[in-house]
Design a binder for this molecule. Structure first.
Ligand code: MG
Length: 325
């Protein structure tokens, strides 16, 4: 993996650890109707369900037709580089993936064949779907994206815009990492289909399916940690909340209900940064005392702190990990 050695260690860096489902994208809440229900009748629930079903079809199609999913779905790895030690770097341009005998048992030979597949998937991810899909499928996919974005008042595009902003900060060298409880290959397909591939590289996608989020967070810490690095977890679930607490990282809980300010569109770079600043400044202090002093400070001087303070309060008091939205 391209670890911390390849990074400019002198620049401060924030590693944003994103959850995918119901955070950067909406799918489950469209399919089960909870997204529409939160709007008290102003959203067409059936339309949301139909949109969700069409996304499922798109995801499966990319997995099966381009990512070898039918043959490798039983061998989920937590990230694409996990099998690098088995990859001998062979030129794959003429390699016959259909006839190399990949399958059970999952021994060293088959792990090498799996590593080839991971490399091929990574290359396709880098190329992007416009180079992989035919013209008609690209049109259908773009129409679906725009329809979903419109139905959700811009959830997809505003989440993408925030990720893009994290990378634009010139004084810092920031990184977006995705940790999802879904299996790896469909999650990579989702990143491509939901147009997140320009802000999250393939080797920054982790599947916690078997290993859990805490293990993934530990790998991420091992990979990126140095004295100038801060971490922030943004997700909707209790598992990432608890794992963030264990790691001592700030956690921002996304809530798709329209009354919540911690959703898309709504969540801003300013509020995320102020929350991280407040959380890191208070990490060694008594949280209650810090909240009090920051509250006074924000009243007198600085609205940015007020936003951070508000988020910190939300995450430490109103919404503990055990009480979901
Ligand atoms: Mg989630």
């Amino acid at each position: 993996m391209d670890g911390k050695n390849s990074l400019e260690s002198s620049k401060p860096m924030t590693v944003y650890v994103w959850d995918m489902d119901e955070t950067l994208i909406l799918l489950k809440s469209l399919l089960d109707g909870t997204y529409a229900e939160a709007f008290n009748g102003s959203k067409d629930k059936r339309k949301g369900i139909e949109i969700g079903k069409q996304w499922e079809n798109h995801i499966l199609q990319v997995c099966d037709e381009h990512f070898f999913y039918e043959e490798i779905e039983d061998y989920n790895e937590p990230y694409l580089d996990a099998l690098n030690e088995y990859d001998d770097g062979r030129d794959l341009s003429k390699y016959n993936f259909h006839n190399d005998g990949f399958g059970f048992p999952y021994d060293d030979w088959n792990k090498r064949k799996m590593a080839y597949r991971h490399r091929a998937i990574q290359e396709k991810y880098s190329q992007g779907l416009y180079k992989i899909l035919d013209q008609q499928t690209v049109k259908n996919w773009n129409d679906m994206y725009n329809l979903t974005d419109s139905y959700t008042d811009g959830w997809l595009s505003s989440a993408h815009a925030l990720l893009k902003q994290t990378l634009k900060r010139t004084k810092c060298q920031n990184i977006n990492v995705l940790v999802t409880s879904g299996s790896l290959i469909p999650s990579l397909a989702k990143c491509l289909l939901y147009q997140l591939d320009d802000v999250i590289p393939a080797n920054n996608v982790y599947s916690s399916w078997e290993v859990g989020k805490l293990r993934c967070f530990s790998w991420i810490k091992e990979r990126f940690a140095s004295e100038n690095v801060r971490f922030c977890v943004i997700g909707d679930g209790n598992e990432e909340c608890e794992a963030a607490q264990t790691m001592g990282w700030p956690f921002i809980r996304i809530d798709h209900r329209p009354i919540s300010p911690y959703r898309f569109p709504g969540l801003t770079m300013k509020s995320v940064l102020s929350y991280i600043d407040v959380a890191y400044e208070s990490s060694d202090a008594n949280v209650e005392e810090t909240i009090e002093s920051l509250f006074l400070l924000s009243k007198e001087k600085d609205d940015v702190y007020l936003e951070g303070h508000s988020l910190l309060k939300q995450n430490t008091e109103t919404q503990s990990c055990l009480s979901g939205p």
